[in-house]
Design a protein around this ligand. Structure first.
Ligand code: 4NP
Length: 158
């Protein structure tokens, strides 16, 4: 069993949104002095083994996070036991996670922007087909959500 502060972030390719979400959550946790077990994964496997998209790497680095060592992987059934929380970047990935969930998985599955007051139920827009400004927007979105999530989880565990 992992701690309550174990969180897996999930998007489609695991090269744009979820690595940025993982980085933003690591940064928020480090600033708060909170230990977390975290990772990211994709519901698809097309980019497995690859580093994050170079535009995601550049945006993260500019915000103080080096994500060049992250490597994409696909979600596996074991993730539902290993992590207390699995957080999808959009509703399509949320639905995919619900159908992947093993019967005895413990992870609570939710949507990233549920942790931003006023933006519950909304998707983190996929920046893959856009330009660099889209990745800056992604960072802002996942960073706000990561802080809200951390506040929620630390309030819960006291
Ligand atoms: P991500 O973005 O899900 O945020 O990592 C995408 C990356 C790659 C693809 C789609 C979305 N793709 O189709 O290859």
């Amino acid at each position: 069993m992992g701690s309550e502060l174990s969180v897996l972030f999930v998007c489609l390719g695991n090269i744009c949104r979820s690595p940025l979400a993982e980085a933003a959550f690591r940064q928020a946790a480090a600033r708060a002095g909170v230990a977390v077990l975290t990772d990211s994964a994709g519901t698809g496997d097309w980019h497995a083994g690859e580093a994050p998209d170079s535009r995601a790497q550049a945006v993260a680095l500019a915000r103080g996070m080096d994500i060049s060592g992250y490597r994409a992987r696909q979600v596996v059934a074991e993730d539902f036991k290993r992590f207390a929380h699995i957080i999808a970047m959009d509703s399509a990935n949320l639905e995919a996670l619900k159908s992947l969930r093993p019967r005895r998985g413990r992870a609570a599955v939710s949507l990233m922007l549920d942790y931003v007051p006023g933006r519950e139920g909304l998707n983190v827009t996929d920046p893959y087909y856009g330009d660099t400004s889209g990745f800056e927007q992604t960072w802002d979105d996942v960073s706000a959500a990561a802080q809200g999530l951390l506040a929620r989880l630390t309030a819960k565990s006291g």
